[in-house]
Design a protein around this ligand. Structure first.
Ligand code: SF4
Length: 699
């Protein structure tokens, strides 16, 4: 009679993906009981998500119920970095942290304490509440540079604010979709669903990326410029647009700052000039420029990848100039987008304690953690050494550039480190105190999005396992012990959300949750800047005031150009390294899940087949990648579709998965990009040599 038994329907609960992918997908989470989730699916309540999510979040139960979850507070009992800990009570753990912070501050001043965080969750209350503690105590402030600084600057330089055309337009309206500098199959799967809808309708799909990604494999045309040369490519496209009468002069005169000056400037930026810089052929450049210029409804999705370079802001700005030349902004399905975070009218004062900010207190650069912890005077801005840290939602021992310095700093015996985490990460292994953290289904929060236009509130789906506690609770408990005062320390996350939303003129938290998010999509005229760009003169700026963004702006080209400040290949270091995202990792997250690890296999160096042959390498040959910052061993794989002299290593693999137990960021530089900082993960020159692993093992 089993076949006749009625199946109890599984309860599903709405939620939102908290991960650092601009999609911020609306989710439906199966709740099997109060402690257990099942399958996670994309929700149809959000017309951008449209039921599509990535595979890694679909099987999120693997993370939530992972046997290695941290469940109890721990105190270090072995040497730093040994990973040897003993269980302690929450009160004892928090007391230890507060005592250490107080002791170090009494010795060296409040700036010796540096709360450090990033986007392991993108939820605003749980991620950014740490800033309230920083400001209330007068600790060293945090200058966030590891992800969007260069791209934000480059986009704002021309457009004026981080917003643009709604990605939902492209499926039905775009005739040409260009994915520039990103691999949404790996990093923003929803964009692919909208782009493929356009392609099925007959739109042309183009990808600009230095290697044949899974996204590029689906393109009608793939351009693979050398890393860091996108500005040159964009300038040559501008040259063709002006030279062949494809510029919309009515639009240029009405909406831009100096079109005549730009046209004269790019007259010398010929396809031949760009071919020599980018490695593309003249024919490829001209063909793409004509395709772009002749398609009115052309849409560019500017991703972050091509901005992760010393000249990244210049490159982003140069690409953002293109629709202002053809006037593509005029048309539904035309224009461009990089991100949408400027559309939300959110007042973040309560969340972050912005009413307590003291700008005279130094702000330390997140990406320069290695320099900061090893006493670099310039990185420390002349202030005291950092001797105490609280780390939430990030794993700098894997994701920060210049890992040798980062590990050296984290191993300092005089550094007190508290890490609040979901797993015993490689950063947590260096900690004095480890605190177990909740995951997104175990707490309340709310989310802006960058890839779409909804603001979404979520509620806890299940109870946290063991003694896991949310970030907000930890921050409030520490505030109590440290004597930090701000009324948000006495509020619940829901109260903070609700008051913040009401103060911002948005739907209250309950309404937002019940209705599945509030859509802040601007009207067509505004999204396409037909009522003016959000710049002081309401025009797009071909000639940005770079100095407005940072100290090194005066060194930058005044008009779009190839800005030759990258870590160029040399005879000693003939390869340019791109440390790109893997499909089933997300930065360091998901590297602990067996299914992601099984899919990604092992750290792999993708090389042009001719480069492989020149190295005497075949698929699986161990190769050493090196430069003055470090050495990394990976396994070679020949790959068509990328220029010679370019090597791609996908995924932020844990250090321990590399043969020499040092990850890819041992090679990347912490040098700040122009003009105001930003990490340059795809701007690295390296040598590559075959390596005999048996001989290495014998050493
Ligand atoms: S695509 Fe991005 S936002 Fe959507 S579920 Fe995956 S990681 Fe989360």
């Amino acid at each position: 009679m089993l076949g006749a038994m009625a199946q109890t329907p599984v309860e599903t609960v709405p939620s939102v993906c908290p991960h650092d992918c601009t999609s911020t997908c609306a989710l439906e989470v199966e709740r099997l009981d109060l402690h257990t989730i099942g399958r996670v699916r994309g929700s149809h309540r959000n017309t951008y998500t449209r039921g599509v999510i990535c595979e890694k979040v679909g099987r999120y139960a693997e993370r939530v119920h992972h046997p290695d979850r941290l469940l109890h507070p721990l105190r270090r009992v072995g040497p730093k970095g040994s990973g040897r800990f003993e269980r302690i009570a929450w009160d004892d753990a928090l007391d230890l942290v507060a005592e250490a912070f107080t002791r170090q501050a009494a010795r060296l001043g409040l700036e010796t304490v540096w709360p450090y965080y990033y986007a392991g969750t993108m939820g605003l209350v749980q991620r950014d509440g740490i800033n309230r503690l920083t400001h209330a105590m007068g600790y060293s402030r945090y200058f966030s540079t590891i992800c969007v600084t260069l791209a934000d600057t480059g986009w704002a330089a021309g457009v004026g604010a981080k917003r643009g055309v709604d990605l939902r337009e492209i499926g039905e309206h775009s005739d040409l979709v260009v994915i520039w500098g990103g691999n949404p199959v790996n990093t923003q799967v929803n964009v692919m669903s909208h782009a493929m809808q356009a392609k099925r309708r007959g739109a042309t799909f183009v990808v600009v990326d230095p290697y044949r990604t899974d996204t590029a494999a689906k393109a009608d045309l793939h351009l693979a410029p050398r890393p860091g040369t996108d500005g040159a490519l964009a300038c040559a496209i501008m040259h063709v647009l002006f030279a062949e009468g494809l510029a919309d002069w009515d639009y240029l005169r009405a909406y831009t700052d100096c079109p005549d000056e730009l046209a004269a400037h790019v007259a010398t930026r010929t396809p031949e000039w760009a071919a020599a810089i980018t490695g593309l052929s003249v024919d490829q450049i001209v063909a793409f420029a004509r395709l772009y210029g002749r398609t009115k409804k052309s849409f560019i999705r500017c991703h972050h990848g091509f901005s992760r370079s010393r000249n990244g802001a210049v490159n982003m700005h140069a690409v953002s100039c293109l629709p202002a030349i053809t006037g593509a902004w005029r048309y539904q399905g035309g224009g461009a987008v990089y991100g949408q975070t400027a559309i939300y009218p959110l007042d973040r004062t309560l969340i972050e304690g912005r009413d307590l900010v003291d700008k005279s207190i130094r702000a330390l650069d997140q990406s320069r953690l290695g320099q900061i912890l090893t006493g670099d005077r310039e990185a420390l801005k002349g202030g005291p050494p950092v001797t105490a840290m609280l780390v939430q939602n990030t794993n700098p021992a894997m994701v920060c550039p210049e890992l040798n310095l980062v590990h050296q700093g984290l191993a300092r015996e005089d550094l007190f480190l508290c890490v609040h985490e979901q797993f015993l990460t490689e950063t947590a292994a260096f900690a004095d105190v480890v605190l177990p953290a909740t995951m997104f289904v175990e707490h309340d929060d709310f989310y802006t999005a960058s890839g779409h236009t909804y603001f979404q509130v979520t509620k806890k789906v299940i109870e946290p396992p063991g003694e896991c506690r949310e970030n907000h609770w930890v921050i409030c408990e520490l505030a109590k012990r440290l004597g930090a005062t701000h009324r948000a320390f006495q509020m619940t996350p829901w109260e903070i959300m609700d008051e913040t939303l009401r103060k911002s003129g948005m739907w209250d938290a309950e309404t937002n949750w019940r209705r599945g998010g509030q859509d802040f999509a601007p009207p067509f005229e505004t999204a396409h800047f037909l009522d003016g760009f959000p710049t002081p003169d309401r025009r797009f700026h071909f000639k940005p005031d770079w100095a407005r963004f940072g100290g090194r702006g005066a060194e930058m080209p005044t008009l779009p150009d190839h800005f030759a400040v990258t870590d160029e290949a040399t005879a000693e270091k003939p390869f340019r390294l791109v440390a790109a995202p893997a499909r089933t990792f997300l930065n360091s997250t998901f590297t602990e899940t067996p299914s992601s690890r099984a899919r990604e296999k092992r750290p792999t160096a993708l090389l042009h087949p001719d480069d492989c042959a020149a190295l005497g390498a075949v698929a699986g040959t161990a190769v050493q990648l090196g430069n003055e910052r470090g050495l990394v061993i990976a396994h070679a794989e020949p790959r068509e579709g990328q220029p010679r002299g370019v090597v791609i290593v996908e995924g932020v693999w844990p250090n321990k998965h590399f043969v020499n137990r040092l990850g890819i960021n041992a090679l990347t530089s912490a040098e700040p990009g122009y003009p105001n900082g930003g990490a340059v993960f795809h701007d690295t020159a390296v040598w590559i040599r075959r390596v005999d692993l048996d001989a290495t093992a014998r050493l």
